[in-house]
Design a protein around this ligand. Structure first.
Ligand SMILES: [Ca+2]
Length: 254
């Protein structure tokens, strides 16, 4: 029984590694983001990063895991535990905070200042990333699909994320900027720039940045303050502030 379990575990590990290596190998056209692109390194609150975004110049973060979820605001260090659910993607739209949960089948609305839960909506999909175009909530669920939701978490539309080889799965944390959705691909160092209306992958980025002391690198977290992009990962010690032109240069790739 035990032997079988380890065999399965090994096979799973092999499949996972092979999948990621294949993906990285196919990243020949990637834009490479390196240390020289970082203008400042900021300290990251120890968090299992899920949601990561700016609102009115303030950085917010939601941290996941069962019994250990919490919300954090960087401007004043305000931290609120939400242990009853596994928090996932998070965003503020029209002054209200919206949150997904991983498998709790509930989505939440919170007071953006106090982080008190004000409304709960049934939500059948897994919750992964969440961002906004200023009108809709935009959500991922770990598949290749990205969903456009109204503020009651009802699905209005969806797109499939596709590159030249077909659908790209494991779309995780999201950041909408001017018609483009930037997305982490789970358990890779790849960030995608996705056309927000068609789902087509416009560009790929390979992030060469590493946080010291991290045994299982899991880049997750893209935020934008209108001038710079900020990247981090689950329990990474660093937040890297990066010149936005490295990501937003639409004229071509380097
Ligand atoms: Ca984000």
């Amino acid at each position: 029984m035990r032997k079988q379990f380890f065999k399965k575990l090994l096979y799973y590990g092999y499949r996972k590694l092979k999948g990621n290596l294949d993906y990285i190998r196919n990243c020949r056209s990637c834009t490479h983001i390196r240390k020289k692109d970082v203008v400042e390194t900021l300290s990251h609150e120890p968090a299992f990063t899920e949601g990561f975004f700016f609102h009115d110049g303030t950085l917010y973060e939601s941290s996941g895991l069962r019994d250990r979820s919490f919300l954090f605001r960087y401007s004043d260090g305000f931290r609120k535990p939400v242990p009853e659910v596994f928090l996932e993607g998070c965003v503020i739209l029209h002054d209200r905070m919206y949150l997904l949960t991983y498998k709790n089948r509930v989505a939440l609305v919170l007071d953006k200042d106090t982080f008190e839960i004000t409304e709960r909506f049934p939500y059948e999909r897994e919750g992964w990333g969440l961002t906004t175009d200023g009108t809709h909530l935009i959500a991922s669920d770990g598949s290749d699909r990205i969903y456009y939701l109204d503020t009651g978490f009802q699905t209005m539309d969806s797109i499939s994320v596709r590159d030249r080889k077909g659908p790209v799965r494991h779309i995780n944390e999201l950041q909408y900027i001017d018609g483009i959705i930037f997305a982490n691909v789970w358990q890779t160092n790849i960030i995608l720039a996705i056309d927000a209306s068609t789902g087509e992958v416009i560009r790929k980025y390979y992030i060469h940045l590493k946080s010291k002391g991290i045994r299982f690198p899991n880049l997750n977290g893209i935020a934008y303050d209108g001038e710079y992009l900020y990247l981090t990962g689950k329990y990474y010690k660093d937040i890297w502030k990066i010149r936005a032109d490295r990501f937003l240069n639409r004229s071509g790739q380097k």
